[in-house]
Write a protein that binds this ligand. Structure first.
Ligand code: ADE
Length: 222
């Protein structure tokens, strides 16, 4: 999979792309991620990318030209263009799985007060990562890249994400490591029993219990 990110703040991605699982996935060529500075695509002699909104109101609005030209440069028949905005479809694990089927994703990160409405016409989909407003689409785009990349075959062991929270609309079961007794808090006996069927049942029951308690809305979806 290839991902092209269009942003005014490419440096925000440096740490994210150079650590841990994402770094390894890039090194192993399981995903190719390019971050492009929108400013490099402006035709304005002063490298301007935003201006005041018509009709008044505070804040600067991203102009369409640099973003149209950047998208058109990278877009092919295989591209899926996503615009990060709090007004988009709310992101979830199902959408993350859906995006793993795309060959090429282009992500447009808005910033400041907003972007010219005509930029929306470039997008196949607008995505929000939740009902709160960030200063820009950079962190939301990283959330998407991270959650999609870990699902790509070979990035992490399949078993690690088969039991993820939200698969089958259930939260994940609790896990424990050493020591067996930590300051009086003990690992449940069943996990030490070696009885795989009992462990599987116990985990499923805990998933149901936790989901009913914390996310009854997910139970309804099942
Ligand atoms: N840009 C600012 N806030 C956002 C959000 N919640 N989701 C996606 N993009 C955003």
């Amino acid at each position: 999979m290839k991902i092209d990110v269009l942003t005014l703040f490419p440096k925000m991605f440096e740490g994210f792309l150079s650590e841990s699982i994402i770094k390894r996935a890039i090194e192993q060529k399981l995903v190719k991620i390019n971050v492009h500075n929108i400013r490099d695509y402006t035709l304005d002699p002063h490298k301007k990318v935003d201006d005041y909104g018509f009709g008044g109101g505070k804040g600067m609005v991203l102009m369409p030209q640099p973003i149209f030209d950047a998208v058109n440069k990278f877009k092919t028949d295989d591209s899926y263009v996503i615009l990060m905005t709090p007004q988009g479809n709310t992101y979830n694990q199902k959408k993350a799985y859906e995006l793993t089927t795309k060959k090429h994703i282009i992500i447009i990160c808005g910033h400041y007060e907003g972007f010219d409405e005509r930029i929306r016409t470039l997008a196949d989909e607008e995505i929000s990562i939740g009902d709160y407003v960030l200063t820009g689409g950079e962190i939301p785009s990283m959330a998407i890249i991270d959650s999609v990349t870990r699902l790509i075959d070979g990035v992490i062991e399949k078993e690690s994400h088969e039991n993820d929270s939200f698969n089958d609309n259930l939260l994940d079961y609790p896990v424990y490591t050493k020591p067996v007794d930590f300051r009086g808090m003990k690992v449940p006996d069943v996990l030490l029993s070696g009885h795989h069927e009992n462990i599987r049942k116990w985990r499923y029951e805990r998933q149901l219990e936790k989901t009913k308690q914390r996310r009854p809305d997910l139970i309804e979806k099942r």
